[in-house]
Design a binder for this molecule. Structure first.
Ligand code: ADP
Length: 475
């Protein structure tokens, strides 16, 4: 069993969200289970400028409509996993992965048609038996391999977020070099447009998503983004497997970004030092007697920003401080800035992407706010557990699978909103403030959640089981 894992971002080389975390850790966990696995990903500017990669003699000439684009393959290792990079500076040597900071690159269809074609060629010429694709950026590889090459290998497509499907106008069809016979409702056509993810779903041998609850939700109209019917069509080969956390990267005992390392026994002193440092980083007075609420999130509707912004002034009038790290939609950035100007000493905001600061927030905050409207898996609630930081969540998708209310269950490990509204968020924050006033109870909960194990081991075993099942089905 030789597996190729394809992803448009891989941590630590490139990252905009959780997909990178998964692509940077799941293959390593699979390798420790003796799986022969390699990863393929674009050689972006952020990789080329910061990492040294070696040449291979692999070069592919890729037809894109009537022209030919060249893909050179470069290589490095992540632990012992070979990472292959697709080099084409015209497409990938840019400041952003998908956007110029404000809007999507105009040629994203072409860039990821190219990447998907290279994945297919690389897969064919290197005798892989399983191709594991991730999200719309790689989904078309399944169409190329299954529909045009009749490739006998098996393909798994993992959906990390159904909100992003790779929808482009039909005039981009020529870039695929697929004939119009593929532009059908049971493959690529979606309300007159091309839908890369839909093509991948109909072509893959198995489809997975990143938590069992999200797998159920996206079969419904409410969460299905128009593809619930398509997923129903493939329900017999559609599964939910929860993501894991890389504890080498996210562990307060060894974290190199935080002011003081700590474990379950030293959590109180450790978090106190980290909290001071965190408040300093946001230029807030280090009053550690007030609870600090942290948020690390893309500033997009999915993450609950409508209700956070509605509730924010109310929360800031309570006895609490909030620190926010995120980037995304301009309107949210501007609204946050206006509120910051009114509540200078209780609100810290950092607009941007900052990995070190994300670690400081996980360690220094008492509570982590994550009231997502929908959440395929969510990593930050599981990271929060490890740092003894109590998550406050809207229980959807992976948040439903991982966070149980402290007042409702013996396994309680966080605070759940009872519905998606700013009133519920304020209620939840009040419950947290109340809890913060009971140090012994707080200590017990912190100790308990720090022991929870959301490492990759059990999820990697589930993927391996699926790979094996696909190979067995074939023989
Ligand atoms: P999503 O993939 O939907 O953005 P996840 O919770 O699955 O959400 O994963 C988000 C990952 O990206 C986490 O590792 C989180 O810490 C990180 N992250 C998100 N925004 C930022 C930011 N502005 N700065 C640093 N890290 C961030």
């Amino acid at each position: 069993m030789k597996i190729l894992f394809a992803s448009s971002e891989v941590y630590p080389f490139s990252k905009t969200g959780g997909l990178a975390d998964v692509a940077g850790s799941l293959p390593i966990s699979l390798q420790t289970l003796n799986v022969d696995i390699s990863v393929i990903t674009p050689l972006y500017k952020c990789v080329k400028d910061r990492f040294s990669v070696s040449d291979t003699n692999l070069i592919y000439n890729i037809p894109i409509s009537t022209k030919t684009e060249v893909a050179k393959i470069k290589k490095t290792y992540l632990k012992d996993v070979p990472i292959f990079f697709v080099e084409n500076d015209n497409y990938f040597y840019r400041d952003g992965l998908y956007t110029d900071g404000t809007k999507d690159y105009i040629d994203n269809a072409e860039r990821f048609i190219f990447f998907s074609k290279v994945i297919a060629e690389f897969c064919l010429s290197n005798n892989y038996s399983i191709l594991h694709l991730n999200d719309w950026q790689t989904a078309l590889s399944a169409v190329f391999l299954k529909k045009t090459y009749n490739w006998p290998g098996k393909i798994i497509l993992t959906i990390h977020n159904l909100g992003y499907q790779g929808i482009f106008w039909a005039y981009d069809m020529h870039l695929t070099n697929l004939g119009w016979q593929y532009f059908t409702p049971k493959l690529l056509e979606f309300w007159g447009n091309i839908n890369f993810l839909k093509g991948g779903i109909y072509s893959a041998d198995a489809i997975t998503t990143v938590s069992p609850h999200y797998a159920k939700e996206i079969l419904t109209e409410e969460f299905g983004f128009g593809l619930n019917g398509v997923l129903k069509d493939v329900e017999d080969r559609f599964f939910g497997i929860l993501n894991g956390i890389d504890y080498e990267e996210w562990s307060p005992e060894s974290d190199r970004y935080i002011a003081k390392n700590y474990d379950e026994k030293t959590v109180t002193e450790g978090k106190r030092a980290c909290k001071k440092d965190l408040l300093n980083s946001f230029e807030l007075t280090p009053e550690i007697k007030k609870p600090v609420f942290g948020i690390i999130s893309r500033l997009v509707e999915q993450k609950g920003w409508d209700i956070i912004i509605d509730a924010l002034e109310n929360i800031l009038q309570l006895d609490a401080k909030i620190v926010i790290l995120g980037s995304g939609q301009r309107e949210y950035e501007e609204k946050l800035q206006i509120i910051k100007n009114k509540y200078k000493d209780n609100l810290g905001i950092c607009i941007g992407y900052d990995n070190a600061l994300a670690h400081k927030i996980e360690a220094g905050a008492d509570f982590f706010i994550m009231p997502s409207k929908y959440e395929p898996c969510g990593l930050n609630q599981m990271i929060s557990f490890k740092y003894g930081t109590i998550p406050i969540v809207n229980p959807v998708g992976g948040l439903f699978d991982t966070v149980y209310d402290l007042d409702e269950s013996k396994e309680g490990n966080g605070i759940r909103l009872t519905n998606y509204s700013s009133e519920e968020l304020i209620k939840a924050i009040n419950r947290a403030i109340n809890l913060f006033k009971q140090p012994l109870k707080l200590f017990r909960i912190r100790k308990k959640i720090m022991k929870l194990d959301y490492s990759w081991t059990s999820s990697a075993k589930k993927y391996l089981e699926l790979y094996r099942r696909l190979i067995v089905d074939e023989s």
